[in-house]
Design a protein around this ligand. Structure first.
Ligand SMILES: NC(=O)c1ccc[n+]([C@@H]2O[C@H](COP(=O)([O-])OP(=O)(O)OC[C@H]3O[C@@H](n4cnc5c(N)ncnc54)[C@H](O)[C@@H]3O)[C@@H](O)[C@H]2O)c1
Length: 287
């Protein structure tokens, strides 16, 4: 069984390394660039911030995309520009309920991502992560689709190690007010791996760190949106604590670009892992 983890630094370094390895060192891998027939892709949470950018990219690539979203934090306006495109479908549906769709790939993003939103109804949040992920894995098994779970850096809890290496399993709290999200994502990862081991589904788990960009919710209480909102209101920027804490940030198009590459190419993990220095922008696990 393959077990590889990648810590991605800046996208420019990644692109350069990718091309170097693909085209110069390991030409046999260049098969990843062959033009393939368009796919039918399900994006859960595709009307949300990250999901809508992913949808843009998939549609641009020529694939057919089905978005399933209950619009809890997502908005129709985020994907409005695709309405009328025969390659785009938008379904209002809560993933806590099963759904049957014929698809080749599943990108599973549906889950409120900011503390303001996931603490609003914590039981619903954990249900979305557990029951919703079970439903999507069940679908992947039934139709033989490859599955990508968007997990989070929060699976490390309140980490005692910075940056977090994959050998570090976290410093977690199962009973706190944020546990509906953190523990929900940990369970979603467990389910993903169990489906992989027991049903042979090809899976990817992306542990995403702080992402920002257009369509992010201005009032979600996260650090970048807080800074932007305060700057727009010409207020002083609030820095919590002693100001010495560090975070990893990435722009949304960089995240979506990496999703896209990693989803398609299977054999690059090892070369990235052995070449690149560790930086927590996101962690990627491929099985
Ligand atoms: N944005 C980040 O910095 C970040 C960081 C770590 C992890 N993530 C993960 O990435 C994914 C997307 O995050 P985002 O920032 O785009 O959040 P978001 O809140 O903008 O998007 C989540 C989408 O899921 C939908 N949704 C929520 N519950 C649902 C349900 N039960 N059924 C159907 N749809 C549902 C929402 O309506 C929304 O459209 C999430 O899984 C999140 O945990 C994001």
């Amino acid at each position: 069984m393959k077990y590889e983890v990648v810590h991605c630094p800046s996208v420019l370094i990644i692109i350069a390394t990718l091309f170097f390895h693909l085209l110069l060192l390991q030409p046999s891998l260049s098969v990843g660039f062959k033009i393939k027939k368009p796919k039918r892709i399900l994006v859960t949470g595709g009307a949300g911030f990250v999901g809508s950018h992913l949808v843009d990219r998939l549609i641009q690539r020529g694939d057919s995309v089905i978005v399933v979203d209950n619009f809890f934090t997502g908005r129709k306006e985020n994907v409005m520009h695709h309405l009328g495109n025969p390659k785009f479908e938008l379904i209002r549906h809560d993933i806590v309920e099963p759904i049957l769709l014929e698809v080749d790939q599943i990108y599973h993003l549906a889950c409120p991502a900011s503390p303001v939103h996931y603490k609003f109804n914590p039981v619903k949040t954990i249900k979305t992560n557990v029951v919703g992920t079970l439903n999507m894995l069940g679908l992947a098994k039934r139709v033989g689709a490859r599955f990508l779970l968007t997990s989070t850096s929060e699976v490390y809890g309140d980490p005692l190690q910075h940056p977090q290496a994959e050998t570090y399993w976290g410093n977690v709290n199962p009973i706190g007010v944020r546990s509906c999200y953190d523990e929900g994502k940990r369970t979603a990862e467990t389910l993903t791996m169990d489906y992989h081991r027991s049903a042979g589904i090809e899976v990817r788990i992306a542990r995403i760190f702080n992402t920002h960009g257009p369509r992010m919710c201005i009032d979600d209480g996260r650090v970048v949106s807080n800074f932007v909102a305060q700057a727009l209101r010409k207020e002083p920027l609030t820095v919590y604590g002693d100001g010495k804490q560090t975070r990893s940030f990435q722009y949304v198009s960089d995240l979506v670009f990496i999703f896209h590459i990693i989803y398609k190419m299977e054999n690059l993990m090892e070369c990235w892992k052995t070449t690149l220095p560790y930086t927590n922008i996101f962690h990627f696990v491929s099985y």
